[in-house]
Design a protein around this ligand. Sequence first.
Ligand code: PBG
Length: 340
Amino acid sequence: MAFPVNRPRRLRRTETLRSMVRETRLTPEAFIYPLFVCPGTGVRKEVRSMPGVFNLSVDEAVKEVREARGLGVPSVILFGLPETKDEVATGAWAEDGIVQKAARAIKSEVRDVIVMGDVCLCEYMSHGHCGIVKASPQSLGAAAGAPPAPAEYEIVNDASLELLARTSVSLARAGVDIIAPSDMMDGRVGAIRAALDKAGYESTPILSYAAKFASGFYGPFREAADSTPQFGDRRSYQMDPANFREAMLEIALDVEEGADMIMVKPAMPYLDVIAAARERFDLPLAAYQVSGEYAMIEAAARNNWIDRDRVMMESLISIRRAGASMILTYFAKDAAKLLA
Ligand code: PBG
């Protein structure tokens, strides 16, 4: 029935009315707060391209988690900046690795917080790739020290799985509650599940970055985590932004391999993927509002081109409306404050 009988504006007349008929709500319980942990004590170094986001030493990270938890944010996800990097990502799986240390400290000092561990090798590899790099025969003659050209190297899949599995077990041992692999190697969820089970961590859930796209929106993160690839790019393992059906396949494979929760990343440029994932899969669904999404909002707000708080909340509600139950967001604390 059309106008004049039908007048949708009737339900928009007051805030009380609007609130009563509101379809989607944000609550701090939905937020997962990413933190970048670095060596040292008393370190709180702002990331140039992410104002309001810091590299935190373990002691500072503990304070940050306590504050976020106090605002009702249930969970943090940890990324590490190791002391040194090498070709086998030692810092990722070392018992005294930076994330392992942070996890132990946070779990012992902050009550009732869920600590997630991002599992990837790029931050710990001297070359900045998410897996083991093998130069192909033709590159072996190249000038010493020269970065190999794209056709001359390969990110080796199966050998990388062992390091990812080892990292996951080491994180679980350090008290990490949820293992979140973000590397995009084929078969990693299955490999990690098997390794966790074998080590006695059969109750530790896996949140897989199931549909992770090779995105320009990760730029500021790579500064924050010092994980820019030293040559080439991530297109041979992360997904082509043009591919929707392949995203559904990636998710289905991770579900089959034993993922307990799935993630789409980035968030706002991929709301269609989030909506379809919600429709087709029944596992808890997360979306990652990544560094570039955060940086764009902060930058525009700093120019007074947009109302920061309003756009922050609108971006988050859009991700919820698309169907994500959980949102990894650098806005976690600020949004929780506004919701209080
Ligand atoms: C590690 C990883 C990245 C992000 C999360 N885990 C960077 C990348 O894939 O290059 C990006 C998160 C963000 O941009 O906020 N592989």
